[in-house]
Design a protein around this ligand. Sequence first.
Ligand SMILES: Cc1cc2nc3c(=O)[nH]c(=O)nc-3n(C[C@H](O)[C@H](O)[C@H](O)COP(=O)(O)OP(=O)(O)OC[C@H]3O[C@@H](n4cnc5c(N)ncnc54)[C@H](O)[C@@H]3O)c2cc1C
Length: 384
Amino acid sequence: MERKLFEEDHELFRDLAREFNSREVAPGYARWDAEHIMPRQLWKAAGEQGLLGLAVPEEFGGAGMPDYRYRVVLDEEFAKANHLAVGLAFHLHDDMVLPHLLAYGSDNLKERFLPDMVSGDKVTSVAWTEPGAGSDLRGIRTKAVRDDGGWRLSGQKTFIGNGISGDASLVLARTDGSSGRGGRDSFSMFMVEKTEGYKTGGQLDKMGLKASDTAELFFDNVSVPEENLVGEVGRGLEYAAGQLPQGRLAIAVASSAVARQIYEATVQYTKERSAFGERIADFQNTRFALADIETEVEVTEAYVDSAILAFNEGKLDAVSAAKAKLWASERVKSITDRCLQLHGGYGYILEYPVAQAFLAARLLTIFGGTSEIMREVIGRRITA
Ligand SMILES: Cc1cc2nc3c(=O)[nH]c(=O)nc-3n(C[C@H](O)[C@H](O)[C@H](O)COP(=O)(O)OP(=O)(O)OC[C@H]3O[C@@H](n4cnc5c(N)ncnc54)[C@H](O)[C@@H]3O)c2cc1C
């Protein structure tokens, strides 16, 4: 089915994204994958190309382009080029940190962070998950206490993307002094800059997406100025819930883009490879498998595209975003598995995009809320 999502300007932007991939990313990507980190220069280059912080208003140095379809184009191009780790790193900065600053940040916070986030001079991360609390954020134990007109932050976070390479982190911390499972008003959100007491753990050795860094963070009595509080005290969980639809939509978009890309690569592969005197593509099993996959890819695109348009209209609700993430991430997990099988032994070799996509896709049903949590979000609405 023909997709009707994009207009001419999006396709022009696609040229830019494609060029960025071939000029700035492709030459170094394999090395960054081996080193488990991408260079800061890449962020600067992305900033110079106008690829970061598209939604940031012009007064704060951005392009003032909240149309989410531009972000979609970028993700699709990362998927096509198999530069999925760059997509992940940008996602945390642009789809997770940025919306919170735009929606709840004071003018002071916006002025200090947004222009540098757009230019790539400041790289940011999201530090919500802790060793003892992931799905259930009310279990967060990192605490911030008032001190001398500001705050003192202590605690530990884990699985933090851009944690090593980043300059500042959007941290959820307990601010009501409670213990055990906190209440709705127990947590606040802070932009925490790397300063004394803010320590980064070593690289966590992920199965895929290795060119992006993921680490533990340790906060030992870190001084956080009052101006770095995002919004109001006690509203951190409410803010996180308010912006989750964008984060989940972004994961659905990436899932859909990877599924499309790997499907197309697999069609090509099965037409080139032969066994028993026939192309792999000519076996009925292959035709049936590809028919299933193509149907799933198109149905996924149709739902995700509707979610993108709803988001642009400010109408994407939490349940629809959860459905998009649940469906698309579960599809890409299954599709990359079946496509890998159609590649035979080459599918297991990391040089082949399908092997890398298989490993990358495994994250998508876990982070940003697991599939089980998505089912809870959807199911609770049904049975309310
Ligand atoms: C590579 C990677 C990058 C990440 N990046 C970030 C990041 O940048 N910032 C950040 O803050 N976090 C990040 N995360 C953390 C991620 O969001 C969490 O791992 C995820 O939310 C799940 O939390 P958990 O690992 O604590 O699992 P748990 O919450 O311990 O869940 C374990 C299992 O129990 C299931 N479960 C939990 N609760 C329920 C329930 N109520 N009903 C049914 N089943 C349930 C889960 O679905 C899962 O299957 C990242 C994780 C990874 C692996």
